[in-house]
Design a protein. Structure first.
Lengths: 206, 86
């Protein structure tokens, strides 16, 4: 009876193959962990800079992004209710509020910029999402994000509404992405919940 | 001469006669959705070539030692591993 035909052989073969491949992947993962964390941090810093009214060069290098972030953005304080602060010449220009919630496929992480008047949106940027490419994934595109600039938070339960394309807009609403109803609805839901929490917390700081 | 013809046929088949996207309708969603920019297309093409070539090579190397009953699992394991690497 050839070794290959023995009962134990497939089990041992499978075990060895899985152990070998898992070891390589674990080693690869530990080897690149620091780089992955650095890239995630840079993606976050880029998102903050894009959401705030700061001129970020389109092809800015990671070191430029990090330098600009350290130069312009100050950590959140109790007075900012968890939002990062954009300070220029000792005066507060805008807040950068990190948002996070469930999308259609996975967590969506974003930063929304709000001017010092606590009402006007200065921008939004997404630094982590796994929505369907070409559909929900379009939230990262300029066309969608540019709609938010200049909008004002409404003093209602929906500070910033995401409406269907057929519904006209007002100063506190943007259009959803056609074909990505679930992504748009879920984004709208958690964004408004967190904006309301922030707005209420900021009222308490006055 | 025969080997050259065979290689040429394999390449032409992969490009047109047996093209995975156009003829086998494999990876059509990725091809339509992800390849919206030239750079995305190039990166994806390189990743697909790397994965298919290396997994075929690895499966061929292990072919004589792989037990028949776990052949499918081993092939899946290898392809998944090389997709992660890509």
């Amino acid at each position: 009876m050839a070794t290959k035909e023995k009962t134990w052989y497939p089990i041992v073969f499978m075990f060895v193959a899985t152990l070998f491949i898992s070891t390589i992947l674990i080693a690869f993962g530990s080897f690149t962990r620091q780089r992955v964390q650095d890239n995630e941090q840079i993606a976050f810093e880029r998102a903050v800079l894009e959401a705030l009214p700061i001129d970020l060069p389109p092809n800015a290098s990671p070191s430029t992004i990090h330098t600009m972030y350290l130069e312009h953005v100050k950590e959140a304080s109790d007075a900012s209710a968890g939002a990062l602060r954009y300070i220029e010449n000792d005066s507060l220009i805008a807040y950068g509020l990190p948002l996070e919630g469930p999308g259609f496929w996975a967590q969506i992480k974003a930063v929304i910029g709000i001017a010092a008047d606590k009402q006007t949106i200065t921008g939004i940027s997404f630094y982590e999402q796994n929505e369907t490419p070409g559909l929900g994934g379009e939230i990262v595109k300029q066309d969608f994000r540019n709609q938010f600039i200049g909008k004002r938070l409404a003093d209602t339960n929906t500070p910033l509404e995401i409406r269907m394309q057929s519904v006209p807009l007002d100063e506190s609403s943007v259009h959803a992405i056609t074909g990505a109803t679930q992504t748009s609805t879920r984004l709208g839901r958690f964004m408004n919940e967190q904006l309301m929490q922030w707005r209420d917390a900021m009222k308490g700081t006055n | 001469m025969l080997a050259q013809k065979k290689t040429k046929d394999v390449i032409l088949d992969a490009l047109w006669g047996d093209n995975p996207v156009f003829r086998q309708v494999l990876g059509i969603c990725s091809a339509l959705a992800v390849t919206n920019l030239v750079i995305n297309t190039v990166v994806m093409s390189v990743a697909v070539i790397f994965t298919t070539a290396l997994s075929s090579f690895t499966v061929s190397l292990l072919r004589k030692y792989t037990p028949r009953v776990v052949r499918m699992m081993i092939e899946t394991l290898i392809i998944a591993f090389e997709s992660v690497l890509a």
